[in-house]
Design a binder for this molecule. Structure first.
Ligand code: ADP
Ligand code: MG
Length: 385
């Protein structure tokens, strides 16, 4: 992967940067958190310092259907301008009129153009080519979208492209953890859906121990024939992943819970008790790991030199079921291991617990980092090499 350090002189050149300014917005289109914008500042400031003649920024926001005004990029351009203390010019209709010559310009929401994520490869390619024609160099600073072949991600087909500092950090750290881990390496995989089974299957060949948690764990226990009452089981995902489940169930280093906190309703004020996973009754749902499982998992994490954590341990949003996530999160933070956390809800759990600073990396890109730990190559990263 070529990074900015490999780039030739950018002085006097036009550089187009794919950023991820897909920030949370209110109904009026005001930016509710500028975290993602601030995240890209090192790359943007570096390019400006190198004397580029024009910096063209592009992002998607949300999932527009009819070019909704609240998904326009005006407000993120304004926010970026405030942070940089420079003028950032938002450009509409740049397809027809070309770009103004201002130093920093921000294109309209990429997804307002059907070519950005069209299923038709030719339509995507035409848009990709058009974007590439706007500049001399391309920078990918949108790790979270790098598992997708969207037009704006693939400009290096037509021009030199480099990873921005944020992309470089995420890709390098996750790749190092997978290719070159310090042992013992422990993977903790939780969350809601069976979509993380691919990660379990890949990591069981890399990590010393894979600790399964979340609804995913109870889904696997159900696949083993245990009664899981009314637990949130991803039956559909389980069916799709059927063959993987057999392989995973045979692995000696994949651990499943032995006890659980069960509730009679999906509610904070439900009746709650702790039971063995063999004793979940009809009408009860497993919403967190039990103390015995937490103890076993924590003991393994304490010894680890590398930890990957994807997916919350229980329903951490509700106090009675947040114990597992808190205990496992703290154990990871205190282990001294190189620890990588991925996934939107996992990232918010880590932040809620005040542990984000203790982790080597809290990945910004849930889907992209998940694909990496599944052992897949990210197309928008591959094309940077
Ligand atoms: P991420 O966004 O980190 O990839 P997921 O989206 O897969 O994670 O899963 C997060 C959700 O999983 C959280 O909202 C949490 O409440 C839920 N969850 C965790 N454990 C359970 C469980 N045992 N039953 C139901 N939901 C669970
Ligand atoms: Mg999620």
């Amino acid at each position: 992967m070529k990074t900015l350090k490999d780039a030739p002189s950018m002085k006097g050149k036009k550089v187009i940067v794919r950023v991820d300014f897909n920030v949370p917005m209110d109904e009026k289109g005001n930016v509710r958190s500028d975290k993602r914008i601030r995240f890209s500042l090192p790359t943007i400031e570096w390019l400006l310092k190198k004397g580029v003649s024009q910096l063209i920024l592009m992002t998607h926001i949300g999932r527009p259907k009819n070019n909704e005004p609240n998904l326009k990029t005006d407000k993120v351009a304004e926010k970026l301008g405030e942070l940089l203390k420079e003028k950032v010019v938002k450009v509409d209709n740049w397809g027809e009129n070309g770009l103004p010559s201002d130093k920093i310009v921000m294109l309209e929401n990429l997804r307002f153009n059907p070519g950005e994520k069209s299923k038709d490869e030719n339509e995507r390619e035409a848009f990709c080519k058009h974007l590439a024609s706007l500049a001399d160099f391309y920078v990918n600073e949108a790790f979270s979208n790098s598992h997708r072949k969207h037009a704006s991600m693939m400009l290096p087909k037509h021009m030199s492209g480099f990873a921005g500092f944020g992309v470089e950090k995420e890709v390098t750290q996750i790749t190092d953890a997978l290719k070159n881990p310090k042992h013992p390496m422990v993977a903790v995989i939780g969350g809601l859906k069976a979509d993380k089974l691919g990660a379990v299957a890949n990591l069981m060949n890399i990590a010393d121990d894979v600790l399964v948690a979340g609804a995913l764990a109870f889904t696997l226990l159900k696949a083993q024939g245990k009664n899981m009452g009314s637990s949130k089981i991803d039956d559909e995902g389980l069916q799709e992943m059927g063959d993987l489940v057999k392989v995973i169930n045979k692995a000696k280093n994949v651990y499943l819970p032995v006890d659980a906190v069960v509730a009679d309703r999906f509610a904070e004020d439900a009746n709650v008790k702790t039971v063995s996973v063999d004793q979940v009754e009809d009408g009860w749902m497993a919403l967190d790991l039990g103390p015995k499982t937490i103890g076993e998992y924590v003991a393994k994490i304490k010894n680890a030199k590398t930890v990957l954590w994807f997916g919350p341990i229980g329903v951490f949003e509700m106090e009675p079921f947040s114990h597992g996530t808190r205990m496992i999160g703290r154990a990871i933070a205190e282990s001294g291991a190189v620890s990588i956390v991925g996934g939107g809800d996992s990232a918010s759990a880590v932040e809620k617990l005040g542990l984000a600073d203790k982790m080597a990396l809290v990945s910004t890109g849930g889907g992209a980092s998940l694909e990496m730990i599944e052992g897949k190559e990210l197309p928008a990263i591959k094309i940077l090499s």
